[in-house]
Design a protein around this ligand. Structure first.
Ligand SMILES: Cc1cc2nc3c(=O)[nH]c(=O)nc-3n(C[C@H](O)[C@H](O)[C@H](O)COP(=O)(O)OP(=O)(O)OC[C@H]3O[C@@H](n4cnc5c(N)ncnc54)[C@H](O)[C@@H]3O)c2cc1C
Length: 304
């Protein structure tokens, strides 16, 4: 598997800005985007980002994707469900089970944290409720465990859990399941039930003991992994050991680097102003630091 120089997870203002810099510096750059996801899709008329007065978020995005592609970056419509360090490289896995490796990783997935909204999530976190199978899966060896989520990320977590316990169920929490055929088949083969009921509450004394479902039914479960929606920066933080701030934002330095060398973060996932200019600025900071690091140059000069 040929390694990319830079893998960017997220194709909003932060990720695309990082990519335009690294691509113009002739670093082999791969950007992942989950179609239709991200705050930028919701902006109707952007009036405060220079040069784009009145543009819709969609127009901004289309122009940005075209620009990074023009300079050689690849933009792939695929959801990243897993990320890990592999020696000197970082490996990511997508919803359709493909793997890619990069020398540097930029997390630019927008807002960082999706709560399950289930009563008791906070109280039982660390007492049965968890967020990362790679980190906490071994604590649930042989136990009955639920995964709360309806997409590829939940499927990935459920399959990973099987290494620790065979008693795993996925609850979509009242939503439709949105699974790739590969994930659906893998879950079926492993005998993991897909349940659509809504989970109202996590119940127990000191530790999680039961899930309370809509209608009041209570089921014995000693573990629950929250894996709603797309894998967020919050999930990648767990998997890669990244430091988080009080609002679960990723902590970065002035170069956009996290506490794990080679992993950078930019935009909504680092907290602060939810603005395009802030996201783009952080994408630029991360990219310039990566360019210096990978090319060994002290100064960044765009000579494209
Ligand atoms: C209604 C509305 C109006 C707004 N108006 C303005 C405005 O006028 N001016 C302004 O400056 N800001 C505005 N904003 C805020 C602005 O949209 C955000 O601050 C900005 O989009 C954040 O950029 P970002 O790149 O950090 O994240 P996002 O724009 O949220 O992009 C995140 C990207 O990550 C991708 N992604 C996430 N998870 C994964 C995964 N697991 N695998 C692969 N890809 C993934 C998504 O597909 C998306 O491409 C507005 C926001 C809203 C909601």
């Amino acid at each position: 598997m040929a390694a990319y120089d830079v893998i960017v997870i997220g194709a909003g203002p932060a990720g695309l800005t990082a990519a335009v810099f690294t691509a113009r510096a002739r670093l082999r750059t791969l950007v992942f985007s989950k179609p239709g996801e991200g705050m930028i899709h919701e902006a109707v008329s952007v009036g405060n980002y220079l040069g784009c007065d009145g543009w819709s978020g969609e127009r901004f995005l289309a122009a940005g994707v075209a620009q990074v592609r023009k300079y050689g970056a690849e933009v792939l419509d695929a959801e990243v469900v897993h990320a890990e360090r592999r020696g000197e490289l970082f490996a990511v896995k997508t919803h359709d089970q493909r793997e890619f490796e990069g020398k540097a990783l930029v997390i630019a997935t927008g807002e960082s944290y999706v709560s399950s909204g289930v009563e008791g999530e906070k109280a039982f976190t660390g007492r049965g409720v968890a967020f990362c199978v790679a980190c906490d899966g071994p604590l649930f060896r042989g136990k009955r465990v639920a995964v709360i989520g309806n997409g590829s990320y939940a499927a990935e977590e459920a399959l990973e859990l099987l290494a620790h316990t065979k008693d795993v169920a996925v609850f979509s929490n009242g939503r439709e399941f949105e699974l790739s055929p590969e994930f659906r088949a893998a879950l079926e083969r492993a005998g993991v039930p897909l349940r659509k009921e809504q989970v109202l509450a996590f119940r127990g004394e000191k530790f999680l003991q039961e899930l309370e479902l809509e209608g009041g039914q209570r089921l014995p479960f000693q573990g629950a992994f929250v894996a709603l929606g797309t894998a967020t920066a919050f999930a990648f933080a767990y998997k890669l050991g990244l430091e988080r701030g009080p609002a679960n934002e990723l902590v970065i330095n002035r170069d956009g680097e996290t506490n794990v060398p080679g992993v950078y973060a930019a935009g909504g996932c680092t907290g602060g102003n939810a603005q395009i200019a802030k996201s783009a600025g952080e994408g630029c900071n991360a990219a310039v630091a990566i360019i210096k690091r990978l090319t060994g140059k002290k100064f960044y000069v765009d000579q494209t």
